[in-house]
Design a protein around this ligand. Structure first.
Ligand code: NDP
Length: 336
């Protein structure tokens, strides 16, 4: 089969493309410019003509994907802005929502062979800020972020703006499917990962320009960007990028996944846990909090991952393996 991957040059998407190619799929990846196409073509040149990169300059433009969905069997839509530099929330919301809508419109109008569309949503579309520990499921929606952005506009928190973009984009996808019921030759899967970590095979020439989650990782673990107190109190849930890539492949393979949103998470962490593990592989990490005891850490946000286990059957890499491979990667890049 042939799969279209949007935003193919991104941190997660590069691993999705690789996983698909390794499992025998033909892949067409979209990127925004010829210079970005050049790097992805180089990385995947060893797969010969099984990989092709095409340019979609503006994913919000009507018909943007029309040409590229015509001969594909499935779509993985990953392209969406993830950064904490937006003033106007629409900088994130417009490409997130319209990009999602455009790919679905093209799939409806021209995706004759398309059987499945998987979108990379996020737990940003699931979680609610809580005062006490809570286990979230796929039944939960981050409506609070939409309210925050509606009420505060440019004054909304960066987290709120990003969460709203992901929540609105995923909602738009399910609404599109509902509205076009009976007309679609495909069904939808939304994958909802937390913080994604792992080695980077996308184009990145300095830690400062890493994607959001890995940049946080790099500066927290090696550059002391968090205080001792923050290291042992701040955290969330995480997943290895290669496991998430495998989930993307399974999301287009598994019949029963159709119509589902699926949380894909390896578990909870505090940054101190990661610093401790990284220290096993590299001596010069951020100062460690000797008093930290992982057994007494409180994890406010937790996820029930039964659905992913049942429908996709994912096995997760350990924090040990994930961390070791990131450290090796950063060493190889000459950043540490
Ligand atoms: P990257 O920043 O590495 O990749 C983002 C991709 O989206 C790039 O291909 C980028 O293209 C594209 N993109 C960004 N803004 C736009 C825009 N305005 N128009 C068109 N394309 C755009 O991040 P990730 O790989 O981490 O993110 C990929 C997806 O995963 C996103 O949907 C993100 O929300 C989601 N996600 C990420 C998590 C994480 O921890 N990393 C956690 C949960 C979900 P370009 O290079 O041209 O800017």
């Amino acid at each position: 089969g042939k799969v279209l991957v949007t935003g193919a040059n991104g941190f997660i998407a590069m691993w999705v493309v690789k996983a698909l190619l390794d499992q025998g799929y033909l892949v067409r990846g979209t990127v925004r410019s010829p210079s970005k196409a050049k790097h992805v073509r180089e990385v995947f040149s060893c797969y010969g003509d099984k990989f092709e990169a095409v340019i979609v300059e503006d994913i919000t433009k009507p018909g943007a994907f029309d040409e590229y969905v015509k001969d594909v069997d499935a779509i993985e839509h990953t392209a969406s802005p993830f950064h904490a530099k937006a003033d106007d929330p629409d900088e994130l919301i417009v490409p997130a929502v319209q990009g999602t809508t455009r790919i679905l419109e093209s799939a409806l109008a021209h995706g004759t062979n398309v059987k499945r569309v998987a979108i990379t949503s996020s737990v940003a579309a699931v979680l609610q800020i809580q005062a006490t520990p809570h286990v979230f499921t796929e039944a939960d929606w981050n409506d609070a972020s939409i309210v925050e952005v509606r009420e505060k506009g440019v004054q909304a928190s960066q987290g709120g703006k990003y969460c709203a973009s992901k929540t609105l984009a995923e909602k738009a996808a399910w609404e599109f499917v509902e509205k076009n019921k009976g007309k679609l030759g495909w069904d939808l899967v939304a994958l909802n990962p937390p913080y994604v970590f792992g080695p980077a095979i996308h184009e990145v020439d300095a830690p400062e320009v890493l994607n959001e989650s890995l940049r946080d990782w790099f500066f927290t673990v090696f550059k002391g960007s968090k205080t001792k107190e923050q290291l042992s109190s701040m955290g969330s849930c995480w997943v290895d990028v290669r496991d998430l890539a495998e989930a993307h492949v399974l999301a287009i393979k598994k019949q029963d996944a159709g119509g589902e949103r699926i949380i894909v998470s390896a578990g909870t962490f505090k940054w101190q846990d990661i610093v401790d593990v990284a220290h096993k592989f590299y001596p010069n990490v951020s100062p460690m909090d000797e008093t930290y005891d992982p057994k007494t850490a409180t994890h406010i946000i937790q996820y029930n991952t039964e659905k992913a286990a049942q429908l996709l059957g994912i096995k997760y890499r350990s924090m040990e393996e994930d961390t070791k491979d990131i450290v090796e990667d950063f060493k190889a890049k000459g950043w540490i």
